[in-house]
Design a protein around this ligand. Sequence first.
Ligand code: PLP
Length: 419
Amino acid sequence: MPMSHAFKERLFPVLPSITSHYGTPFHIYDETGIRQTGAAVKTAFAGIERFREYYAVKALPNPRILSIMGEMGFGFDCSSIAELRLSRQVGGRDEDIMYTSNNTSLEEFLEAAGDGGAILNLDDISLLSKVPVLPELICFRYNPGERRTGNDIIGTPSEAKYGVSHEQIVEAYRQAKELGAKRFGIHTMLASNELNYQYMVQTAAMLLDLIAEITTELAITFEFINIGGGLGIPYKPGIAALDLSAMGREITALFKAFRRAHGYEPALYMESGRFMTGPHGVLVTTAINRKEIYRTYVGVDASMSSLMRPGIYGAYHHIDVLGKEGHEDSETVDVVGSLCENNDKFAIQRTLPKIADGDILIIQDTGAHGSAMGFNYNGNLRPKELLLGANGKVELIRRAELVEDYFATLSFTPDVLSL
Ligand SMILES: *Cc1c(COP(=O)(O)O)cnc(C)c1O
């Protein structure tokens, strides 16, 4: 199921009032749904002594949404200076923030270590000597290469640019310990939009095995394992959702077994983005043109600058036409934006109810990696973001970009270098 039935029931009846007040296009997020998913995640891992979700800020970097995450007790996973500032702006302090980056610059380390601190998740051994001040708590991002757990190969992480290799991982902690680190955590992120929960269970099992091995070698214990994000959502109708309860049950059992064998259990951290907010957002846009050439094109007032997943990944996003759900009179169309780029299509050869100019289209599952991936190519501007509050009110949580914003970087003091 894409967008839930409950979200539809909350949104569709009031959508005409919202579109006439705010105009289209906009992304709108469902606070009730976000809180329900947050509660479900906490319930799934309630059997683990210390569990914490660090919301992947890049998925939906809006302070209002991040505040909701903070209210639910979640931390923030950041990978840039702007994301750190956003997280601190909503009250994230010290170990509320996990700084996971790759190819990290000194500026980023300074910002992460600065005002308030953050858990540093180091992507390479060489960074140990580049961190301005080595914190007491050190975490490494682990890349298992072609390692197997049980009978399964966990993807092909050997081709990924992230993390410390299997051969280097013990040495990484040895060096951190020698340099004075006192507390340790470990992180990995091996999945993306994965609907098979067992993949996450295998990841947890792999990390628990690994920390036991490192403990044997170096006599250090681990405060946490972080299994990353990557939990999937069903973008297409008819696809089963990830079984969160089973994932929670099986990972909890692994933690209890670890406790029996080692006398303690680490905390479990997760840094899910898509799963937390993806299904709880939609892009609302108006049909403004219709064109019949070799195919029928429905032109809408949003473009891929508001949602680039279909354009870059060929991703499917389900579309409803307001007031025409389940209409008999359907046709096959491409739904397109206005960019001079043939990838600027929200749907290709999709069967939809017959659309007329002025119809409202609801492009679904844009609550993660949607607005956040927006861009300005072709001078297109990013749309506003709204929140459908749990109190039944609608709130503007980001204004639309203006032409003035586009021109802002063209306003500067002249700086010419004569050579
Ligand atoms: C992107 C990312 C996430 C979130 O991924 P989702 O697929 O949205 O769950 C978490 N951690 C890291 C390090 C990431 O790069």
